[in-house]
Design a protein around this ligand. Sequence first.
Ligand code: SF4
Length: 276
Amino acid sequence: MMARALSADPPTLDRVSSPAYARPVPPRARRAAARGGSPFDPQETPLARTRRARRMARELALIHPDAHCELDFTNAFELLVATVLSAQTTDKTVNRVTPALFGKYPDARALAGADRAELEEILKPTGFFRAKANSVLGLARALLERFDGEVPGRMEDLVTLPGVGRKTANVVLGNAFDVPGLTVDTHFGRLVRRFGWTAEEDPVKVEAEVAELIPKRDWTMFSHRVIFHGRRVCHAKKAACGACGLARWCPSYGIGPTDPEVATKLVKTPAASDTE
Ligand code: SF4
């Protein structure tokens, strides 16, 4: 214990997250969450929060061993376009249109020269299809004009592309380039706030705070696991707290049914998950 405390090395998930070092959630945070307040406890020390976060991250890895990117893709271009199309719709819907889309427009050059009416017809099931046709046409043209038709592998380049923010860039970097990235989507933000890891609402600030808690090498898979948990267990409206493996460390335990039988019925299987 003392050696850990005195060590100059930054703590890593492997070294600090054993159950013996992860205290259950502070009761005051759970009381605050039960009253509808923020479950973030400013009195929890950074070290205690880090240990608790890493313990929860390890538990998430056990709960969701199959976590992965739920958008279908075979290369960085397909993933980038699919991620842009996934705004305001489900991954399943995007996966239904992308075989036809990439069959017809397999790269940036082909997509940049697409006939708008034909493109809109393919994108129709994803909703907002006119705006999305505009987005992917603009994206393909920018790739062609500025990156020779290739998807760049750096955050600073990706975010200069039209319609590409940090969330989309992190999806592409993490899953197509093996560059660790935290994907702060609606599920991710909701869950890490419920976990009491941050009180921030701004995705960029959420990303920065979670980056302090979770080792960089784990960011991509950790993001998938959190998003899986949000889609299957910790739902926006009815969290399945009574069937949640994170309950011991989560200050928001109790915001959803705690009766195991009731909660288990709320857990969605991968097939039934909305993959939004
Ligand atoms: S389901 Fe309940 S216990 Fe589990 S992470 Fe969500 S709020 Fe916490």
